[in-house]
Write a protein that binds this ligand. Structure first.
Ligand SMILES: [Zn+2]
Length: 473
């Protein structure tokens, strides 16, 4: 193992403390992130996890690591079977639809794609092999109905992630469904023998006719692509038990090796101060929010701007503030293009050093993004002052532009200029003003400018031509 200090500290759920991050292989990170169960559109609580994982990956890449990220698609479990039966569709057709919707959603949120998205139904042989290994070494047993269960009493480390106490368990009590509460910690299903409820969803394997349990899917797919021991495993706190606890039990019992070095979990999301629930009318998929005309980058900014281990309250007011923050960054990037003054070099070098040190130190400290963002916006304010005082040359302004672009490789929130389009009526007004100016019709030109201003769009005549920006919010 390469024991090279990285300076990055991550909170490890396994030890309940921040630890120096030391990857197994120098310069490389293997990272598994539990993906969506493709039985419905993902909701913003799911996206909080995916955005956090994206931020973590981008930060590791910013620090020079090559990250291999595996995100599975759960396309076979209790929920997908029920969903497909409700719609009378073949399972694959039903899950394909929601898998595609998921990929559209992550594109909208600028989540960088994982290296690979293995689907559970494409990995049944790997799961069968793993279950066979557990049967052979005595950690699994067949029940009367031919299902195969994991015997949690056989694994001394059971409970080490979630801190449940195995002493409270009723030996041999079994749970068949994929999801259950801590109080119901019992032997769980690795392989579910076919029942009529499964309809036409089954595999004929050496283990009999049936289908895998949910937990074995992630053990099989993560170890296939990342090895028997890998660096980081992420998910939401609700995955700690039973899902991740069971993943550890299955994988470590089968291999005799530690499964994962760093477990990282993001906290829950509330909406307008309440737990998201359909009956409370505060349950939103990403699509619901986009249909309201909300900006996906503002949603992204809002989701990543609270530290991942803090409970996060999603509000529409917060979304407005997020939009304002993004506009401040985008407006500065536009202003920098037009800088044409004389640089106060001492000041600039001090500001640049400060933001790079503070942003870096904060992110290295278990992704302390609120502190990192505060230092970035201090920098933005100071650079705006320098631009006001014409104290940046064109060349130095380009360097500042680059500095901010580097930070945005981590944040992914500044829209590319072409993406930030003006409403058509504003484009018509700008054109009208141009024509009026050419015709030296100053009255019409000024009127058009005023109308634009009323829409919150400010025009600036620069040496490079006309530029526009949104009014500061
Ligand atoms: Zn998983």
């Amino acid at each position: 193992m390469g024991k090279t200090a990285t300076g990055i500290r991550l909170f490890n759920t396994l030890t309940r403390q921040k630890e120096e991050f030391v990857p197994i292989e120098f310069g490389k990170v293997g990272m598994y992130t539990c993906g969506p169960t493709v039985y419905d559109y993902a909701h913003i609580g799911n996206f909080r996890a995916f955005v956090f994982e994206d931020l973590l990956k981008r930060w590791l890449e910013y620090r020079g690591f090559k990250v291999v990220q595996v995100m599975n698609l759960t396309d076979i479990d209790d929920k997908t079977i029920k969903g497909s039966q409700k719609q009378s569709k073949p399972l694959r057709e039903y899950t394909d639809f929601f898998a595609n919707a998921f990929f559209e959603d992550i594109r909208a949120l600028k989540i960088t794609p994982a290296t690979i998205y293995p689907r559970a139904t494409d990995h049944i042989p790997e799961m069968v092999k793993l279950i066979k290994a557990l049967l052979e070494n005595g950690y699994a047993y067949k029940s009367e109905d031919n299902s195969i269960y994991y015997a949690i009493s056989k694994f001394p480390g059971y409970g080490k992630l979630s801190h449940i106490k195995p002493a409270e368990l009723k030996a041999g009590a079994r749970v068949r469904q994929d999801e259950y509460a801590k109080e119901e910690a019992q032997d769980f299903a690795l392989w579910k023998a076919y029942t009529d409820e499964d309809g036409n969803v089954f595999w004929d394997t050496e283990l009999g006719k049936g289908r895998p349990g949910w937990h074995i899917e992630c053990s099989a797919m993560s170890m296939k692509y990342l090895g028997e021991t890998f660096d980081i495993h992420c998910g939401g706190v609700d995955n700690i038990f039973p899902h991740h606890e069971n993943e550890i039990a299955q994988s470590e019992a089968a291999t005799g090796k530690p499964f994962v070095l760093y477990w990282m979990h993001n906290e829950h999301l509330l909406v307008e101060g309440k737990k998201m629930a359909k009956r409370l009318g505060n349950f939103y998929t990403l699509r619901d929010l986009l249909q309201k005309g909300l900006d996906p980058l503002a949603i992204r900014y809002l989701l990543l701007s609270t530290h991942y281990r803090q409970q996060f309250n999603f509000t529409f007011e917060g979304l407005e503030a997020a939009k304002g923050a993004i506009e401040r960054l985008a407006n500065l990037q536009r202003r920098l293009q037009d800088a044409n003054g004389k640089t106060d070099e001492e000041k600039l070098s001090e500001l640049t050093q400060r933001v790079q040190t503070c942003f870096g130190a904060a992110m290295d400290d278990d992704l302390n993004v609120s502190v990192a963002l505060a230092s970035l916006f201090d920098f933005v304010r100071e650079i705006n002052y320098m631009l006001d005082a014409n104290a940046l040359s064109h060349e130095e302004a380009q360097k500042v532009y680059q500095t901010i672009s580097e930070f945005d490789k981590v944040l992914g929130v500044i829209p590319k200029p072409k993406e930030e389009s003006l409403p058509p009526e504003a484009q018509i007004l700008i054109q009208k003003r141009e024509e009026a100016r050419k015709a030296k019709d100053w009255k019409t030109a000024d009127a058009a400018r005023e109308e634009l201003k009323a829409m919150g769009i400010i025009l600036e005549d620069t040496a490079q031509g006309i530029r526009w920006k949104r009014e500061k919010t």
